[in-house]
Design a protein around this ligand. Structure first.
Ligand code: ADP
Ligand code: MG
Length: 243
């Protein structure tokens, strides 16, 4: 029980921090966004623009808008994360969360790859079902984004191992170099272009899974694919003999 309490506190402080940061950034960013948009629109509408200002219209303002889009995407991610306000931990069925994450990832998939689902029999785990669902969704989105360049397969499976529930998300996508694997869980580490990646998915996933007393592991080979494995403690530990 002690462990669960600690996990609960860690999750709530993470959520509160995310909510606070998102809130503080949101209002000034809304102001900045609309002003820069107005400025670009008005300057672009000028017929005869002095050469010095041309550069602003052609390069500086578009780059600024890219930066703004990036910040807004990060704030949106933080808000999504913070909305999963931790409540009292509950016992829940991991398979149900995995199935609903798979449904939610269909939007990202847009027919680009095949999805396979293999659910093993699982006893309940304890924690925040929505946060765990968010982790699985993040892993699925990454997997889909990794295979979208060619015909790909994303396979999600669950199984029980002694004392723990295991979720695997495997793709045959681009894979990762050792350097990328070494930085995966750092907040804001991303290899994706502006607007597509914020680099928060795995950092948040790591916080959630360790907060639940679990582990997240990765195996990847460049050009071959990647497998993420999430291990979470079962609510009632080892199975009793004869049950
Ligand atoms: P984001 O997806 O916003 O970039 P993440 O924290 O989810 O942030 O992932 C960080 C980086 O890890 C990605 O930019 C990508 O380089 C790499 N990555 C994560 N999952 C995969 C995967 N399944 N295949 C290949 N690269 C991956
Ligand atoms: Mg991601």
């Amino acid at each position: 029980m002690q462990g669960q309490l600690v996990a609960h506190e860690k999750l709530s402080s993470l959520g509160l921090l995310a909510a606070g940061v998102a809130h503080e950034i949101n209002n000034p960013m809304a102001f900045v966004t609309s002003n820069v948009r107005l400025l670009s629109r008005d300057l672009a509408a000028q017929r005869e623009l002095p050469e010095e200002l041309r550069e602003y219209v052609d390069d500086v303002l578009p780059a600024t808008l890219d930066g703004i889009r990036r910040v807004n995407a990060i704030v949106a991610d933080l808000k999504r994360f913070a909305r999963n306000d931790p409540e009292e931990p509950v016992e829940f069925d991991l398979n149900a969360e995995v199935s609903s994450a798979l449904r939610l990832s269909q939007g990202e998939r847009r027919g680009r790859c095949r999805m396979e689902l293999e659910l093993g029999a699982l006893r309940p785990i304890v924690g925040q079902p929505r946060q765990i669902g968010q982790v699985v969704l993040n892993l699925l989105m990454n997997a889909v984004q990794a295979v979208q360049a060619r015909e790909g397969v994303v396979k999600v499976s669950t199984r029980e191992e002694p004392g723990e529930a295991v979720v695997e998300v495997r793709d045959n996508g681009v894979g990762m170099t050792k350097e990328v694997v070494g930085q995966l869980f750092q907040p804001f580490f991303t290899t994706k272009p502006v607007g597509e990646g914020t680099g928060l998915g795995l950092a948040v996933a790591y916080g959630i899974i360790t907060g639940h007393g679990g582990r997240i592991e990765v195996e990847s080979e460049e050009g071959r694919g990647t497998c993420f494995t999430v291990r979470l403690p079962l609510a009632r530990g080892e199975p009793q003999l004869g049950t």
